[in-house]
Design a protein around this ligand. Structure first.
Ligand SMILES: CC(C)(COP(=O)(O)OP(=O)(O)OC[C@H]1O[C@@H](n2cnc3c(N)ncnc32)[C@H](O)[C@@H]1OP(=O)(O)O)[C@@H](O)C(=O)NCCC(=O)NCCS
Length: 443
């Protein structure tokens, strides 16, 4: 097979593999921050192509653009100085007209880019409608340390209902770093803040921050693909003391943490400089950016004796309603090494166990996710982790006995089997009163 044929096969395989991502992203709200730096980058046309693709796949997009370098350049060329206090620009009364002109110009430029439809380009037949409006209500930052920030503002309210109406009509909503006050004035806001508050108010599926680097890099320059809350805090603090590009990543991390604290569970930092980074992060397993998510804020680990009380508490209601067989504290203490748990903010919210039976079999047991955290993929992750451990332990076949979750296991690749398919020692312990189904999975 020559290399072009191999490329074709790779492309087809990648496209097929993207089906699950396409399905899971469809009809979800993504809020995307396009900083002023992103708008002037030479790769920006590709970012527009990729956003158009997301829109075509049914993602509901809210774009928020900034114009920081453009405003600085315009103020400088008109002989006005940009004054800052605590890293925040003071927008003086004589500057707000320039800010409006520059930001309005950038919004119009974006509208033009999304209107392209040249044949043989990714925009052909795309027919995208961008919609702008007074969706952001602002208030003045006010006076701090005796410094009046004048026309520098903060978000007071995001008109989420009006934005949703536009998204429901298949429009892309375009917000900027301008907000409008109840007194009829225009305020200069931080685009990061607008994007974060919009994501929170809309309870967006994702907040995506397009940044000048691949994401967060460690000391050796390697990409940190997934960050816990602690990691995010650590890097935000560290980067805030470095050069402007690093500070930009630091601000993005602050935005992610605020979004996370307000139930936006997935934020991505993705490079606006790299062709296709957005597509790779959203449509491939390996990704191509830094993800700050609830998945990385929790801790899936092997249980210890200190977890026994919390596991007993978690499984008690399920034992009482007959979903799980009863386990005494003593039994759990002796078997605790077989358990894995998910810990979230110092609470055990999920557990599951793997018992090796003979040389070839492993039994999955006692899988339980706290009611408040079901349907968020914890069961899936615990099972995947136990399967990985089983493979590492050379277990050939996994089985489970279940009364109410057989379909969940069937979805995970288990198949219905007979009691006689189990190892003898387990057959003898089968409780005929429970009438559990037997499910097997070959590893
Ligand atoms: C069954 C259980 C482990 C699944 O864990 P989870 O973290 O909620 O599941 P995931 O997030 O990985 O998957 C969610 C999907 O599984 C489905 N699902 C959950 N329980 C199911 C069940 N009993 N039968 C069929 N599907 C089920 C959900 O509807 C959801 O499907 P959707 O995405 O199409 O809406 C969890 O619901 C649980 O603890 N149940 C009570 C205890 C129990 O029955 N344990 C099994 C003993 S063997």
């Amino acid at each position: 097979m020559d290399s072009s044929e191999q490329d074709n096969i790779n492309m087809i395989e990648w496209f097929r593999a993207s089906t699950s991502y396409i399905n899971s992203h469809r009809a979800k709200v993504f809020v995307v921050l396009l900083s002023g730096e992103a708008l002037i980058d030479k790769n920006f046309a590709n970012v527009v192509y990729d956003l158009t693709l997301l829109h075509s796949l049914g993602v509901k997009l809210v774009l928020v653009h900034g114009a920081r370098p453009q405003i600085s350049a315009a103020l400088e060329s008109s002989g006005k100085e940009s004054n800052y206090h605590k890293n925040i620009r003071i927008t003086e009364a004589e500057c707000i007209d320039t800010v409006m002109r520059v930001v309005g110009g950038e919004s119009a430029r974006l509208e033009a880019l999304f209107s392209m439809g040249i044949s043989n380009s990714p925009m052909q037949d795309s027919d995208v409608r961008l919609c702008r409006g007074n969706f952001v209500t602002a208030k003045p930052v006010g006076i701090h340390d005796g410094i009046d920030y004048q026309y520098t503002g903060k978000v007071r309210k995001i008109q989420a209902k009006a934005i949703r109406q536009q998204l429901d009509q298949n429009n892309i909503v375009l917000l900027s770093n301008l907000g409008y006050s109840l007194t009829g004035e225009v305020f200069n806001l931080s685009a990061e803040e607008v994007a974060t508050e919009a994501a929170i108010e809309l309870q967006a599926e994702k907040l995506i921050l397009m940044v000048p680097r691949a994401g967060v890099l460690d000391d050796d320059g390697n990409l940190v693909a997934s960050l816990s809350e602690e990691d995010a805090k650590f890097y935000a603090e560290k980067l805030s003391k470095q050069d402007e590009e690093s500070r930009c990543i630091g601000r993005a991390l602050d935005a992610c943490m605020r979004a996370y604290a307000n139930r936006v569970h997935r934020s991505h930092l993705i490079s606006f400089k790299e062709n296709g980074a957005l597509i790779r992060e959203l449509f491939t397993r390996q990704g191509n950016g830094s993800l700050i998510s609830s998945d990385s804020f929790d801790n899936l680990r092997t249980a210890s004796i200190n977890d026994v009380a919390a596991i007993l508490k978690l499984i008690k209601p399920l034992e009482e309603n007959g979903s799980l067989i009863e386990r005494s504290r003593e039994l759990l203490e002796t078997e605790i090494d077989n358990f894995k748990v998910v810990e979230l903010e110092d609470s055990i919210i999920a557990c599951a166990a793997l018992y090796p039976i003979g040389p070839d079999f492993g039994e999955i047991a006692c899988i339980a996710i706290h009611g408040d955290f079901q349907k968020r993929g914890y069961g899936d992750r615990l099972l995947a982790s136990l399967e990985a451990q089983a493979k590492a332990d050379n277990i050939k076949t996994l089985f489970v006995l279940t009364t109410i979750a057989s379909h969940w296991f069937l979805d995970k690749g288990f198949q219905e089997a007979q009691l006689s398919d189990l190892p003898n020692q387990r057959q003898q312990l089968y409780n005929f009163q429970r009438k559990s189904k037997v499910l097997l999975k070959k590893l």
